[in-house]
Design a protein around this ligand. Structure first.
Ligand code: THU
Length: 129
């Protein structure tokens, strides 16, 4: 059984691979996300942009919606990879709170180390129904 640091390093590598499949011709800012499920499965996504810019979808939400489509509702961790440091946007934080409220969010610091934060830290005092 690998410790969570090793597990999260591997998850970040899967996010980096997913980033290669992002479709970002307008911003040229490719992002990849990798979700770790309770069962140890990894579900990935990259951002998908559109000529009508507002229709673009972040990598995190592409991966989260894919997880729901696969019937995976117990997401333990979400790794996000970009060329530079990237942290989830506000819209993604709201969707994370809905679909993966207990998840760890893994991002990479400038120095290459991993940062681990809870979804609820990223979106305190959130709106819910
Ligand atoms: N983007 C993501 O996919 N995830 C983030 O965490 C930050 C931003 C995307 C949205 C858009 O396609 C591009 O990056 C530039 O904002």
């Amino acid at each position: 059984m690998s410790d969570s640091n090793t597990q999260y390093t591997r998850l970040m590598e899967r996010a980096r691979q997913a980033r290669e499949r992002a479709y970002a011709p307008y911003s040229n800012f490719k992002v990849g996300a990798a979700l770790l499920t309770a069962g140890g499965e990894v579900i990935t996504g990259g951002n998908v942009e559109n000529a009508s810019y507002g229709l673009s979808m972040c990598a995190e939400r592409v991966a989260l919606f894919a997880a729901v489509a696969r019937g995976e509702r117990d997401i333990r961790a979400i790794a996000v990879a970009a060329g530079t440091r990237a942290i989830p946007c506000g819209a993604c934080r709201q969707v994370m709170l809905e679909l993966a409220p207990e998840a760890d969010v893994i991002t990479r610091e400038e120095d290459g180390s991993l940062r681990v934060q809870k979804v609820k830290e990223l979106l305190p005092d959130a709106f819910t129904l």
